[in-house]
Design a protein around this ligand. Structure first.
Ligand code: SF4
Length: 171
């Protein structure tokens, strides 16, 4: 399967990548996270993805969009903010997967027990349907700790907050 894997960060990609490779799938990574605040943190996570890609021989496409104002100016409940945040990233992943000739896309967000898992699945499936491709869904959460442990062993930077300015203020 030709699969595009949206990567929220390197540590969260560790476990899903190992599962995919065990299944014989060699994904292409996609770093697209305009939610990350501030720019220094955005650059640090991006650099960590590049380090990870080199260590794992993973092909990764980097999109340098940095658009913190959408999150900074957001007024409304936290759940709505996260819906916007997932949607921006998953929609772009679906668009790029479709235009790049991929059969399906997925996201490393599915590994985190701290994210709204069912919502990510619902949005991913919705955008997949909109763009006429598949959404590779798997509940990777049981491997979250294992992935974080491997990331630590590789010496990768592991952030302490989700990403947007509001999550920085209230981790
Ligand atoms: S808390 Fe995380 S998922 Fe929610 S808006 Fe902020 S960065 Fe996005």
């Amino acid at each position: 399967m030709k699969l595009l894997m949206h990567m929220c960060c390197a540590p969260c990609t560790t476990y899903p990548l190992s599962v995919l490779r065990q299944e014989g799938i060699e994904p292409t990574g996609l770093y697209f996270n305009p939610n990350i605040h501030p720019i220094e943190e955005f650059e640090r996570r991006k650099k960590t993805v590049e380090e990870f890609a080199a260590l794992k021989s993973l092909d990764v496409k980097i999109y340098d969009d940095f658009r913190q104002s959408d999150w900074e100016n957001f007024e409304g409940p936290a759940d709505d903010r996260c819906i916007m945040c997932y949607s921006v990233r998953l929609k772009r992943a679906a668009e790029l997967a479709a235009s790049g000739g991929f059969e399906a896309f997925t996201t490393s967000l599915l590994v985190s027990p701290y994210q709204k898992h069912d919502l990510i699945k619902e949005l991913g499936e919705g955008f997949a349907s909109e763009y006429g491709i598949g959404f590779y869904y798997k509940d990777f959460r049981p491997g979250f700790r294992e992935g974080q442990r491997e990331a630590k062993e590789m010496g990768l930077y592991r952030q302490k907050y989700c990403g947007c300015i509001i999550s920085l203020r209230n981790p």
